[in-house]
Design a protein around this ligand. Structure first.
Ligand SMILES: Cc1cc2nc3c(=O)[nH]c(=O)nc-3n(C[C@H](O)[C@H](O)[C@H](O)COP(=O)(O)OP(=O)(O)OC[C@H]3O[C@@H](n4cnc5c(N)ncnc54)[C@H](O)[C@@H]3O)c2cc1C
Length: 228
């Protein structure tokens, strides 16, 4: 079964980068050499508690995501990110889709919509994907025969993806600094957020935690419910 996938691909910065950025205002470069790891922890906590936000922008994270298109639309509402996404012009869109989760099935059953709801949902998604694949296969053949040009094939491929379900999987790379990402977590880990984007936020947080990028900043931001 297809699943939401997150990979922390790269990062820049650490707890010390955050403290160094803050110390720019108060300490000479020579003076910074005398700062200790305990000073870093103290300053990171102070910045988080006082809402001194810009030093947290010294940590930058790059994630690769494999997510349903509907979830991707929600991710794209976050303007403070740099992102790139899968192109339906240059790649055939993956034909796997987000299957009906158990909580939705339970609601459908409670509403008396019938036990075959997941199968019917999958049938519609599969039919749209099959038509897309078949259309592209035929068009590709005519491109190879010289009936249409490569550019015309790409244009057609880009357009016919419009028939595909909102829950087909897509891919995105997003770069966020720690401040912007904290805002993302605040909004998207919340119980009011949709389970799919909560899963993205959960996996992001797990990977940043396991990679030990900036443990003290992470703890301080979490303590303040990601408000900075
Ligand atoms: C539960 C939930 C439901 C939602 N439902 C909907 C919905 O139905 N429809 C919909 O369209 N969106 C919806 N959203 C998206 C939401 O409205 C935001 O667009 C999205 O969460 C991005 O938040 P943000 O602006 O804080 O993040 P970013 O865009 O990353 O911005 C980060 C911060 O920068 C500042 N900022 C950025 N741009 C500006 C600006 N132009 N002016 C002033 N300050 C700025 C703000 O402080 C902002 O918090 C929903 C979000 C959640 C969490």
């Amino acid at each position: 079964m297809s699943e939401i996938q997150v990979q922390l691909q790269e990062w820049m910065g650490s707890d010390k980068s955050i403290a160094d950025a803050a110390w720019t205002s108060s300490t000479s470069t020579e003076g910074m050499a005398y700062r200790t790891p305990a000073d870093v922890v103290r300053v990171v906590n102070m910045l988080a508690d006082q809402g001194h936000s810009t030093p947290f922008e010294s940590v930058v994270l790059r994630f690769w995501l494999r997510i349903p298109i509907a979830t991707d639309r929600q991710i794209m509402t976050h303007r403070l990110q740099s992102s790139n996404g899968l192109s339906g012009r240059y790649r055939s869109v993956p034909s796997d889709f987000h299957e009906m989760p158990d909580d939705v099935l339970a609601i459908a059953q409670k509403a008396g919509l019938g036990d075959s709801i997941p199968e019917k949902y999958a049938m519609h998604c599969t039919a749209a994907n099959s038509w897309y694949e078949e259309t592209l296969a035929n068009a590709k053949e005519q491109r190879n025969n010289g009936l249409i040009s490569s550019d015309e094939y790409k244009r057609l491929r880009e357009f016919v993806r419009g028939a595909l379900p909102q829950h087909n999987y897509t891919e995105r790379t997003t770069v966020m600094n720690l401040r912007s990402w904290a805002n993302f977590l605040r909004l998207r880990l919340a119980p009011s957020a949709q389970p799919e984007i909560r899963e993205v936020a959960r996996q992001m947080l797990q990977q940043v935690t396991e990679s030990d990028v900036c443990p003290f900043a992470l703890a301080a931001l979490a303590r303040n419910e990601w408000r900075i």
